[in-house]
Design a protein around this ligand. Structure first.
Ligand code: RP5
Length: 174
């Protein structure tokens, strides 16, 4: 296929161009969301990180979500806490798969975040992960697994990551 024949929303040819967009409602979410970024980095998945708030920067969210597919992103990981509308609003404005990470809040320990993210109306899905660090790690792994469906090299790296994890679990507790 010649470059001229590529569809308008074809991914960039640059191998280092981000495939996963990690967005979060506040810089205070980074302590949680960095685990998604570190997981993707360990698997060699190009990604980007942005602070995009559904409430404080709605215009930024609109622009980001609307442009995401055209920029070559394949998956969005969205983390937010409290009234956590970011993943759902992002999902409403992009056809890309959106994985939601409930960030643990001070007041309600992340139950507010979880329920805000998980209870989407039928028609606009958000794949909701666990509250906090585990959810961020698993969002990274799930994004990698989605991409690995069409990327054998990444699938091999994911297999190796799992094998290393298995090998690192001791048989005895002490
Ligand atoms: C949400 O409000 C963010 O996702 C964050 O989890 C929470 C608190 O934000 P900050 O007040 O710490 O900026 O929008």
């Amino acid at each position: 296929m010649t470059p001229e024949a590529l569809p308008a929303e074809a991914p960039p040819s640059d191998a280092s161009a981000p495939l996963v967009g990690i967005i979060m409602g506040s810089r205070s979410d980074w302590e949680t969301m960095r685990h998604a970024a570190e997981t993707l980095a360990a698997l060699g998945v190009p990604h980007e990180t942005r602070v995009v708030s559904a409430h404080r920067t709605p215009g930024r969210l609109y622009d980001y979500a609307r442009a995401a597919r055209g920029r070559g992103l394949r998956v969005i990981i969205a983390g937010a806490g409290g009234a956590a509308h970011l993943p759902g609003m992002a999902a409403a404005m992009t056809p890309l798969p959106v994985l939601g990470v409930p960030v643990e809040s001070h007041a309600l320990k992340g139950m507010d975040s979880l329920l805000s993210i998980v209870q989407m109306p039928g028609g606009i899905p958000v794949g909701t992960l666990a509250i906090g660090r585990a959810g961020a790690i698993n969002a990274g792994l799930l994004a990698a697994a989605i991409l690995a469906l069409a990327d054998p090299d990444l699938a091999a790296r994911l297999d190796a990551w799992r094998a290393a994890q298995e090998a690192g679990v001791p048989e005895a507790p002490a």
